[in-house]
Design a protein around this ligand. Structure first.
Ligand SMILES: *Cc1c(COP(=O)(O)O)cnc(C)c1O
Length: 383
């Protein structure tokens, strides 16, 4: 693990010195469903692409290396990854989950996991008493930090200590920072999940999801589950994500530089009542972030004074796109109330701080001056 992250985005140590597949630098797309065997009881190591596919395997090794895990499984979407992970639990199990999770995760827990008799307690993991909420049947803590969309920061090391002491699994959805800026397994988490659709893929052109673990027991369960349930990432999509990851570091750095400028600019605007960006020194999670992450990322949430202003901003953007998703090279602006968090009950949304005046920006890698010029012209029309 002494190689730098940018190197790990490009090279696998275990294949160093090997030249295969005509010397191709771009890992080949093994677009095959099945594999021929040289004889009875003999195999080339591959049987059927639901179980293993070389392109998917290459991607899984890269992601495992980036997160410092022993294994990663690549799924068709981030939600497929979360759905698969939930299969390691049993009916009657209780999970403590961050209240301000990605809306799709809450929709899954409340409508699918609960039907399977899992129990959930939603907490503000940055402040609420986690230990006091642990019950006899509690099996896991499910975190996001920063949370989506309110950018709350919880202390992974502290929560990992509680989890270890009480025999719980700590699961962290690390989508918002990517392994480039944060490695929860190294801070004591047992499992990391990703929507690979976001920063890892980085180009708003395909969907993917990952589960990374440091536990051999969980690895074994996940390998059984991916084979059995079948949502493994297709070869071509695996290749797209491999290609995206090659530039993860430079994209993350550039997007973050832009985000800092935009966060500072937003703070100065009369109609902006609050900016939630952990890179700002006044953000309550700023110091924890400095301790547990290598950067602050490029997601900014902010509140404006009225719902009308929020809607007008969404309607006026041109180069910046009014769209769901995040983590791609293009800057997107999202309305959590009707988009990412539409299925979260209104009272829960409001309790978490998501109001009709709340907007979320995923800052891309355009020239900062052009992003600021666009925002300036959009805001100028509001006054
Ligand atoms: C987008 C997202 C997901 C879901 O991933 P998909 O690839 O869209 O299925 C999960 N968690 C977070 C934090 C996300 O932003």
């Amino acid at each position: 693990m002494d190689r730098g992250l940018n190197t790990r985005c490009l090279h696998l140590e275990e294949t160093e010195g090997q030249i295969n597949n005509c010397g191709a630098l771009s890992y080949p797309i093994y677009q095959t469903a099945t594999y021929a065997h040289p004889g009875v009881g003999r195999s080339m190591g591959y049987d059927y692409s639901r179980l293993q596919n070389p392109t998917r395997e290459q991607l899984e090794k890269v992601v495992a290396a980036l997160e410092g895990g022993i294994d990663a499984v690549a799924l068709s979407t981030g939600m497929a990854a979360i759905a698969l992970l939930m299969e390691i639990f049993e009916p009657g199990d209780h999970i403590i989950a961050e209240a301000d999770l990605y809306g799709g995760s809450i929709r899954f827990f409340d409508n699918v996991s609960k039907k399977n008799h899992y129990e959930f307690t939603y907490l503000n993991c940055a402040g609420d008493d986690i230990e006091g909420s642990i019950k006899a049947n509690t099996k896991a803590i499910f975190l996001e930090t920063p949370t989506n969309p309110m950018m709350n920061i919880s202390d992974i090391t502290k929560i990992a200590e509680i989890a270890k002491k009480r025999g719980l699994l700590l699961i962290v959805d690390n989508t918002f920072l990517s392994p480039y800026f944060q490695n929860p397994l190294q801070l004591g988490a047992d499992v990391v999940v990703h929507s690979g659709t976001k920063f890892l893929g980085g180009h708003n052109d395909t969907l993917a999801g990952f589960i990374v673990t440091s536990s051999p027991k969980i690895q074994e369960k996940l390998r059984f589950l991916i084979k059995t349930t079948g949502a493994g990432l297709a070869p071509f999509d695996s290749w797209l994500i491999l290609r995206g990851i090659k530039t993860l570091g430079i994209r993350m750095e550039r997007a973050q530089e832009n985000a800092i400028q935009i966060a500072r600019w937003l703070k100065e605007q009369k109609i902006v009542t609050k900016v939630f960006y952990p890179g700002l020194v006044e953000h309550p999670g700023h110091e924890i972030m400095k301790k547990q992450a290598r950067g602050f990322g490029s997601m900014i949430t902010f509140n404006v004074d009225t719902k009308e202003h929020a809607l007008k901003i969404l309607e006026s953007v041109r180069m910046i796109k009014f769209a769901e998703s995040l983590g791609g090279v293009e800057t997107l602006i999202t309305y959590p109330t009707t988009q990412t968090h539409a299925d979260v009950p209104e009272e829960v949304r409001l309790k978490n701080g998501i109001s009709p005046c709340t907007l979320r920006i995923s800052v891309g890698i355009e020239d900062a001056k052009d992003l600021l010029a666009e925002l300036e012209s959009v805001f100028a029309k509001l006054i």
